[in-house]
Design a binder for this molecule. Structure first.
Ligand code: NAP
Length: 241
């Protein structure tokens, strides 16, 4: 009998993260619901379990060292390893984000969650991920972080933002650096763009459903051995950095 795959999704209490957890659960995987708010976390776990998902709660604030260390300890105790890590938790920071008007705390908040949070969680989980026979890491990025798309005339990449978009550019660069260091391991680490989805993040203005946005993460989380690493994908294929 093959072992059940163990996954952790950060920011899984709502939006795209919740749908990623539901999708990985539908594959028969055991899914850790990483979320910082107890009520929202327990609510999501209950809803996922009611839908037949083997979900478990993982208290997790990606900006907090102690919280992240405790999450790793919880997974170690429960499963002894982690097969799939989906770094989904993210924030836009606050408005305004015009470069000349921004409060620097807005930039700091976006980078703290979207970049440093990913590094913090990834490094805390890596000892567990290294014990997996098919380890996968997915970083939820955005096409707004693509400098190629941002500088291609006529390409629609959303409003000017000096916090959110550059934080995803930074995350993309971080993804590449991890892939380079981990090139001689089995760990596949890629960035995914969910497309413009209707979630809290954008006041539900997105045109895709959170479930549609989750599809790319589910695909990258279940890549076959020897699959791509250090690359950036959406549903259509490869996204230029
Ligand atoms: P969302 O509905 O606002 O969900 C964001 C999730 O991240 C929530 O669960 C939130 O938890 C969690 N989170 C934020 N800060 C956290 C922290 N410090 N620790 C732990 N969890 C934290 O947004 P979404 O649209 O689903 O976004 C999911 C990912 O997709 C993000 O990385 C986002 O940048 C990316 N993305 C989204 C879109 C889009 O159109 N929606 C497009 C491109 C990329 P709380 O409930 O506690 O706040």
């Amino acid at each position: 009998m093959t072992e059940q795959t163990i996954a952790l999704v950060t920011g899984a209490n709502k939006g795209i993260g919740y749908e990623i957890a539901a999708g990985l659960g539908a594959l028969g995987w055991s899914v850790g619901v990483g979320a910082r708010d107890q009520e929202r976390r327990e609510g999501a776990v209950a809803k996922l379990r009611a839908a037949g998902v083997d979900a478990f709660a993982v208290p997790l604030d990606v900006t907090d060292d102690a919280s992240v260390a405790e999450a790793a300890r919880l997974i170690e105790e429960r499963a002894g390893r982690l097969d799939v890590l989906v770094n989904n938790a993210g924030t836009t920071g606050n408005a305004p984000q015009m470069p000349t008007a921004v409060d620097v705390s807005t930039v700091r908040a976006a980078v703290e969650t979207n970049v440093i949070g990913v590094i913090r969680v990834t490094n805390a989980m890596l000892p567990l991920v290294r014990r997996s026979s098919s380890p996968r890491i997915v970083n939820m990025s955005s096409s707004v972080g693509s400098l190629t798309l941002q500088t291609t005339p006529g390409v629609e990449v959303g409003p000017i933002s000096v916090a959110y978009s550059p934080s995803k550019t930074f995350l993309n660069a971080v993804t590449v650096q991890y892939a380079k260091e981990l090139a001689d391991t089995d760990i596949l680490i890629n960035a995914g763009c969910p497309g413009y989805c209707a979630t809290d993040l954008n006041g539900f203005r997105g045109v895709r459903t959170p479930a549609q946005g989750a599809a790319i993460a589910i695909r990258l989380a279940s890549l076959p051995d020897g699959g791509p690493t250090g690359r950036f994908f959406d549903d259509e294929g490869e996204v230029p950095w």
